[in-house]
Design a protein around this ligand. Structure first.
Ligand code: PLP
Length: 435
């Protein structure tokens, strides 16, 4: 029996038997306050969006000011200052040629736009490339294009017959003590080269979550792999798409994963942290080269895509304030990798903690039990429940426990998260409830 609200249908939830959702009444920095007054530390930045903690006054103020000026306006035939400022700032922050900004609403639509853009780029050039190469374990969102590009999983199972064909390569993920990574990477690169050599006319582009695959279980790859990938795409003349919906805006310890890897994609998708976690807004940014194939008087070459709230001025105002805060928090997002390394040692020798990995502000480990790894692993619910009791919001992806805290987190708070995790795992281990 559950006490779900009679009028709400919650996302990603097995409806029957799910625990009652917890009502949150207030957010303040790293803290969330619950209806009963209990406070919990947000260890995952609320679905990875909340960069500087909850209710940062600078963003509150920016949205409030903008709401009194212009809350929304149609974005075809009209424009506005906040959108122009966002586009200019992104062109400045992003590497090289990435300077044409297309707005949409969330990560899935940013990806959808990226794929449509790449596909139509080849059409506009009268070149028939249509197929995408993507990565096993990927998650790019829940619209049909994004689902097609992602791993076939419980999320897509019901829809698989409607998804278009994509070719998948293994994601060469790595972890502490992995001695085999170079061979793994080389095997993927060889596979990719083979596809591109055998069918040079077939592939519209390669899309990847650079450095960290998020929902697929915080699987991390190396910068070296992305560099090799970038070279192959450019040598074999196919487009490289970076889905930085999650990795953007400091998450990997650099402003973007493409900076850290020193690889320039042709298309980049950004969302989540774009507004500092306040409002849904996303962008797909492409190179001038791609844009120029659409820059035509021929209607068939135009990009026929848009949404009612495209470039919403409130979202743009939040993004502008967020860019300022990003700069102010640079030291924190650069240093957090070191803090994670220091406190990950709290889990040293813990029998259940395996495959530890850290990139920038993100740290993860696989919790090993007798049960098969996966999103529906039963340890998820145990950790969720125990963590709330102890004052933390942890929400493992199956049996992958991870931290992706906001940039207002202090060293002491990060340490407390690891100590909390250690306690929870020790209790589970002692009670033998998983084995
Ligand atoms: C890498 C990546 N791409 C796309 C998405 C989809 O974003 P949204 O949930 O905003 O549609 C996500 C969401 O987790 C993501 O992590």
């Amino acid at each position: 029996m559950n006490n779900f609200h009679p009028n709400i249908w919650f996302p990603f939830t097995i409806q029957k038997g799910a625990p009652e959702p917890i009502k949150v009444t207030k957010g303040d920095g790293i803290w969330l306050e619950l209806e009963d007054g209990h406070r919990i530390m947000d260890c995952i930045s609320s679905w990875w969006v909340n960069l500087y903690g909850h209710a940062h006054p600078q963003i509150v103020e920016a949205i409030s000011r903008q709401a009194q000026q212009l809350e929304q306006v149609i974005f075809a035939d009209f424009t506005h200052e906040p959108a122009e400022q966002v586009a200019e700032k992104l062109a400045e922050l992003l590497p090289g040629q990435l300077n044409r900004v297309f707005f949409s609403d969330d990560g899935s639509t940013a990806v959808e736009v990226g794929m449509k853009m790449a596909f139509q780029y080849w059409q506009n050039k009268e070149d028939g490339r249509k197929t995408f190469i993507c990565f096993e374990g990927a998650y790019h969102g829940d619209t049909f294009g994004a689902m097609s590009a992602g791993a076939r999983s419980i999320f897509t199972e019901v829809f698989n017959e409607l998804l278009f064909d994509v070719e998948f390569l293994p994601y060469p993920d790595t972890w502490e003590g992995d001695n085999n990574i170079e061979q793994k990477e080389q095997a993927v690169i060889e596979k990719l080269k083979k596809l591109l050599t055998n069918h040079p006319e077939k592939y519209a582009g390669v899309m990847i979550e650079p450095l960290v695959q998020g929902a697929g279980g915080m699987r991390m790859c190396r910068e070296e792999f992305l560099q090799k990938l970038g070279k192959v795409c450019s040598n074999y003349n196919t487009l490289l798409l970076f889905d930085e919906v999650m990795t953007g805006f400091g998450r990997t310890g650099s402003t973007f994963a493409c900076d850290r890897a020193n690889v320039e994609p042709d298309i980049i998708c950004l969302a989540k942290g774009l507004t500092g976690g306040f409002l849904p807004l996303s962008v797909t940014v492409c190179s001038n080269d791609i844009y120029q194939t659409f820059n035509s008087t021929d209607p068939i070459k135009a990009f026929w895509h848009g949404h009612s709230y495209t470039a919403n001025p409130l979202g743009c105002a939040a993004a502008i304030a967020s860019f300022e805060l990003l700069q102010a928090h640079e030291e924190v997002f650069k240093n957090m990798e070191q803090w994670h390394r220091e406190y990950m040692t709290i889990l040293d020798g813990h029998p259940m903690v395996k495959y530890r990995r850290i990139t920038g502000t993100i740290a993860a480990a696989t919790i090993g039990t007798d049960e098969e790894n996966g999103y529906l692993h039963s340890i998820t619910d145990i950790i969720k429940k125990q963590s709330i009791k102890k004052g933390f919001l942890m929400r493992p992806l199956g049996n992958v426990l991870y931290f992706m805290p906001p940039y207002c987190t202090t060293k002491e708070q990060l340490k407390a998260m690891y100590e909390g995790a250690e306690e929870i795992l020790s209790e589970i281990n002692k009670s033998g409830s998983m084995n």
